[in-house]
Design a protein around this ligand. Structure first.
Ligand code: FAD
Ligand code: UDP
Length: 392
């Protein structure tokens, strides 16, 4: 393979890996780099030293309503059906979240059913025609008391902001149920990659036209003297999936990204720690939630491994912070990005969007199509994904 690749992809997470795979299947040579020592970005999973498969960057559950995205990813993995359930601590009780009939009945000692729950919500909600903030979204749905019990404290911990300071879209991720459905997600497809996310990425990047180099920081390299004299990271086109403000040297000031300190723990000899995958702690502790990985992965083991999430401003950027002033700053960076004709920005950090994994895959598939059109002379590569389909 020539030293100068057709395309350099910065970041080996979902966004970068999908773009790389699609471009390689279109006949382009691709170099994927990541500053971390592993592929898979934040979806990376690995066995801890006790042999339990964990997600070092927090729990990742795949869910989508897009058949096309499932179809695409199924070329690289079989699936283990899994429906995530979350309980939240309210006083001494653990109750379903999103709020459903059972949540309300347990919290208030009521016996509501599907015919009476909406009347209850109507009696407590604070109607708002066009909710603009996360506070307004929740008050509009369930009123002050349930807001205080389940949303205000959690959100203040998670974001370091009051829900009144966050865009409506954040709390709108969590619906209010008028039935007994206690699943966290209602997407048609909910599953975990059978052999884990990292294995899925290994298969995705295992293509003769893809090279992968880990432990390489593109921005540090760009600043170094090597950048001028070497062809190492030169390419006709670059796809950047890191933070967009960092790419432009924070020239309009830093975009806030929220981080998390993950405290992992192995509990030997304890087969099960908690009744469901995740428990949320809206008003207790400094951490927001605990997740027990064996629920997600279905692994059997004599012990168990859990993670507690402590949100923080320090550390790796994990979450864009959806609020109007950040969106305005992002738009200024996006305008600079438009002028970079040989660079495409895609992904949760580069597009500054609170994307789930399936949304990253969708955005990356679209992005790859656009790039292929810039290289019209290429013929489709014979190593198509269809030949590598995995069956459940
Ligand atoms: P990333 O995965 O962040 O990948 C970007 C990569 O670029 C990183 O590996 C980074 O090291 C690399 N990079 C950055 N800058 C440079 C540079 N200068 N040089 C070289 N490399 C660089 N989504 C779901 O659908 N379901 C879930 O249950 C879920 N749970 C989540 C839980 C947590 C705690 C978090 C933080 C996210 C969760 N997500 C979930 C979202 C999911 O992680 C993202 O949608 C997805 O992983 C983003 O993929 P990406 O490729 O855009 O970014
Ligand atoms: N949220 C909350 N209480 C909960 C669960 C969620 O207040 O019990 C709010 C909080 O602001 C959180 C947002 O809803 O950041 C989105 O929750 P989600 O579980 O989707 O967050 P993620 O898994 O992306 O961290």
């Amino acid at each position: 393979m020539s030293t100068v690749h057709d395309v350099l992809v910065v970041g080996a997470g979902f966004s970068g890996a999908v773009v790389a795979e699609r471009l390689a299947c279109s006949g382009l040579t691709v170099l994927v780099i990541d500053k971390r020592p592993h592929i898979a970005g934040n979806a990376y999973d690995v066995k801890d030293k006790h042999g339990v498969l964990i997600h070092p960057y927090g729990p990742h559950i795949f869910h989508t309503n897009s058949d096309a995205i499932v179809d695409y990813l199924s070329a690289f993995t079989a699936w283990r059906p899994y429906e995530h359930r979350v309980l939240a601590k309210a006083g001494d009780a653990l109750v379903p979240i999103p709020i459903n009939i059972d949540t309300v009945n347990t919290v208030y000692g009521l016996a509501l059913d599907e015919s009476t729950i909406q009347d209850f919500y109507d009696s407590v909600r604070q109607p708002c025609t066009h909710p603009c903030t996360s506070e307004e979204v929740v008050l509009n749905a369930v009123g002050q008391d349930l807001y205080e019990k389940f949303f205000r404290g959690y959100t203040r911990k998670q974001w370091g902001l009051d829900p009144s300071e966050l865009a409506a879209s954040v709390a709108a991720r969590i619906p209010t149920r008028t039935n007994h459905d206690d699943r966290y997600f209602t997407d048609r497809f909910q599953a975990m990659p059978k052999d884990g996310y990292t294995r899925l990425f290994e298969r995705m990047l295992d293509h003769p036209l893809i090279d992968v180099q880990l432990g390489v920081d593109y921005l540090a390299y760009r600043r170094s003297s090597k950048a001028e004299s070497s062809n190492a990271l030169k390419a006709l086109h670059t796809v950047f999936t890191g933070p967009i403000d960092a790419y432009f040297d924070h020239c309009y000031g830093p975009l806030p990204y929220r981080s998390i300190r993950f405290e992992h723990q192995h509990l030997p000899g304890i087969p099960n720690f908690q009744p469901v995958g995740t428990i949320n702690f809206p008003n207790d502790f400094e951490y927001t939630r605990t997740t027990e990985f064996k629920h997600l992965t279905g692994q059997t083991h004599s012990g168990t491994s859990i993670v507690r999430e402590f949100p923080t401003d320090q550390g790796d950027p994990y979450y864009p912070v959806p609020r109007p002033e950040n969106e305005a700053r992002f738009k200024r960076y996006a305008a600079l990005a438009e002028q970079e004709v040989d660079v495409t920005f895609v992904g949760r950090l580069a597009q500054y969007r609170y994307f789930n994994m399936d949304q990253c895959v969708g955005a990356a598939l679209k992005c790859a199509q656009g790039i292929v059109q810039k290289f019209p002379q290429q013929t489709p590569n014979i190593h198509t994904t269809r030949a590598r389909r995995h069956t459940a």
